[in-house]
Design a protein around this ligand. Structure first.
Ligand code: PNS
Length: 159
């Protein structure tokens, strides 16, 4: 089975992430969306909540599975029999760090990284900007799936 992992923080998942996930799902037998749990980084949603929101948003894609991980992505790949990572590249600003991680992961574990160019519709989009806009009353309804919009509004009202 040709399996690829799409790793990230997904705090929260955006339409830009979903574009990459669904395009990867057309190319691979299975896409595993791996939500990182990073105890040293403060997130708006817990890893379990982030994973649940992705599950909800990808429920029509039968070959997408959502999981969580902590530690190195290459260890997650090893234990899930995955040989490649897929990442979306929005702009040159993404490139340096993504390239560095890709080379490190290949050097250390032979795990390949495939870069997919982001749909220009979402080239500006990031989870951080979505949170910032939503926090100050901006309308992010076209940028995130419906379930995320609801949870985002509720969570930001709580904080
Ligand atoms: O959505 P993000 O925060 O840009 O995703 C970054 C992520 C989670 C894909 C990256 O930080 C990662 O792979 N973290 C896991 C830890 C790891 O393997 N670090 C070494 C990378 S060379």
């Amino acid at each position: 089975m040709r399996r690829v992992v799409c790793p990230g923080s997904f705090d929260p998942v955006t339409n830009g992430h979903l574009d990459i996930i669904s395009r990867a799902a057309h190319l691979y037998d299975e896409v595993v969306v791996a939500v990182v749990r990073n105890p040293s980084k403060t997130a708006l949603f817990t890893a379990a909540e982030r994973a649940e929101l992705i599950r909800e948003a990808t429920k029509s894609l039968s070959n997408v599975r959502v999981d969580r991980f902590e530690g190195l992505i290459v260890d997650f790949c090893r234990s899930n029999d995955i040989s490649a990572i897929v990442k979306g590249l929005r702009a040159v600003t993404d490139f340096d760090y993504e390239m560095q991680m890709a080379q490190m992961n290949y050097n250390q574990a032979g795990v390949e990284t495939l870069f997919m160019t982001t749909n220009p519709l979402y080239a500006f989009l990031s989870s951080s900007l979505v949170k910032e806009f939503a926090r100050f009353g901006g309308d992010v309804s076209g940028l995130v799936p419906g379930a995320v919009l609801d949870r985002l509004t509720t969570r930001l009202n709580e904080t």
